[in-house]
Design a protein around this ligand. Structure first.
Ligand code: SER
Length: 338
C-alpha cells in the first residue's frame, strides 16, 4: 500500500518548513504543498508535489484534490496578528475565507474517500483577550474556555475557524443526514509564541522573542517593542511540530475536544533579554515601546493551561526555558550565523 498523502498549506512559512523536515525524517507520508511563494529547492525534494498559488483560488484547490487522495491537511497558511491589524480585510479573507475553502475541500475529499480526512489547524494564544494587565495577572494560566474575547482580527479569525472546524466535524449538513463517516476530523492546537532556531517569523506580535535572540546571534542591536515586564508563554518550533504530529496520530476516541492548548514555558521579555545576554554578552538590547503591539501582548494570557492535551493524548513539551536555549536554540542559531 502506498503512503498516505498529506497536504500542507503555507508550507513555506515558519511552521511549514519545520514540519516538512519532520515529515521527511518520519517518512510515513507523501507530502503535497501549496504556498504563495515557491519552496526553496532544498525543501522541494521532501515533497511529492509543490504548488505555488493562493488558497483563495478554489480552482487550484479543486485541481490539487483531483490529483491526489489527500488524507490529512495541515492548514498553516495565515496572516499573523500584527500584519492582520495593518490589513484586517485581507486577514479576514485569508484567515477565514481561505480556511473555509480548505474545510470544504477536505469535506468533499472525506466523502469521496468514505473516511474522515484529518484536518490539523494551528490556532493561537491570540484567541484570548484579557482586558488589562491586572486581570491578566489574576487570570494566570487560562484553560480553553476562559477569556475567549480576542482584541485582534487574527484572534477573531482563529477563534471563528475553530468553531467552523468543530461544526464541520460534528454538525455539517445536519438536515441532509450526512453520515458521520464522511465528515472530516478537525483538530486544532492553540500555540503560544513560537521560537525557531532556523527561521525568523514575520507579521506576528510574539515576534519580539525570536527577534531578540536572532538579532543577538547576528551581532545586531535590537529594540524591543514591548516592555520588559511583558509576559506570555512560548514554545520551541521543535515542540510545536511535534505536538502537531502527536495530535494527528491521537486516536479519535481519546479526544474530548476539537481544540487544545499547548504550552512550553512562560517568560517575560526581560527574562528572554537576560538569557540572551548570558549567551551573547555583547548583545545590544533596548526597549522602544510600540503601544499598540504591547497592548496586544498584554491582552494575551501570562500562561495557558495545557492539561487537556496532556490528559487526552499525552502531550508534554520537551523543552522548558533553560533547556530550550541550551539544547535547541543556541547550538543551532550559533551554527546558522557562524
Ligand atoms: N505568533 C502569533 C502572532 O504573534 C500568535 O499566534 O501573531
Amino acid at each position: 500500500m502506498s503512503k498516505p498523502v498529506v497536504l500542507i498549506t503555507g508550507a513555506n512559512g515558519e511552521i511549514g518548513r519545520s514540519l516538512l523536515k519532520r515529515l521527511h525524517t518520519d517518512g510515513r507520508y507523501r507530502v503535497v504543498t501549496v504556498d504563495l511563494t515557491p519552496l526553496p529547492e532544498s525543501y522541494r525534494g521532501f515533497c511529492l508535489e509543490t504548488y505555488a498559488g493562493n488558497i483563495m483560488d478554489r480552482y487550484l484547490l479543486d485541481q490539487i484534490a483531483a490529483h491526489h487522495e489527500i488524507e490529512v491537511v495541515f492548514h498553516l497558511a495565515a496572516l499573523l496578528s500584527t500584519r492582520g491589524e495593518r490589513d484586517p480585510d485581507l486577514a479576514h479573507q485569508v484567515n477565514v475565507e481561505g480556511t473555509l475553502h480548505l474545510l470544504r475541500m477536505a469535506q468533499n475529499q472525506s466523502g469521496r474517500l468514505g473516511r474522515a480526512v484529518r484536518f490539523l489547524f494551528p490556532s493561537s494564544i491570540a484567541v484570548y483577550g484579557l482586558p488589562n494587565v491586572e486581570e491578566k495577572k489574576k487570570a494566570g494560566r487560562v484553560v480553553e474556555e476562559e477569556w475567549c474575547v480576542p482584541i485582534t482580527m487574527y484572534g477573531c479569525n482563529k477563534l471563528y475557524c475553530e468553531h467552523l472546524g468543530r461544526y464541520f466535524t460534528n454538525h455539517f449538513r445536519q438536515l441532509g443526514a450526512l453520515s458521520d463517516v464522511s465528515r472530516l476530523d478537525f483538530r486544532a492546537l492553540r500555540f503560544p509564541g513560537l521560537i525557531s532556531a532556523e527561521t525568523v517569523p514575520t507579521g506576528g506580535t510574539s515576534d519580539f522573542g525570536p527577534e531578540m535572540i536572532h538579532a543577538a546571534a547576528q551581532k545586531l542591536p535590537y529594540s524591543c517593542f514591548v516592555g520588559p515586564e511583558a509576559q506570555i508563554p512560548f514554545m520551541t518550533m521543535n515542540d510545536a511540530t511535534r505536538s502537531l504530529l502527536m495530535l494527528l496520530e491521537a486516536k479519535k476516541e481519546a479526544l474530548t475536544s476539537t481544540v487544545y492548548n499547548v504550552s512550553g514555558f512562560s517568560v517575560s521579555a526581560q527574562q528572554i533579554a537576560d538569557r540572551v545576554r548570558m549567551a551573547f554578552p555583547d548583545a545590544k538590547i533596548d526597549w522602544k515601546l510600540d503601544e499598540v503591539r504591547a497592548r496586544i501582548v498584554d491582552s494575551w494570557p501570562e500562561d495557558i493551561d495545557d492539561g487537556r492535551a496532556r490528559r487526552d493524548w499525552g502531550w508534554k513539551p520537551t523543552f522548558e526555558f533553560e533547556r530550550a536555549f541550551d539544547e535547541y536554540l543556541l547550538p543551532t542559531i550559533r551554527q546558522r550565523y557562524a
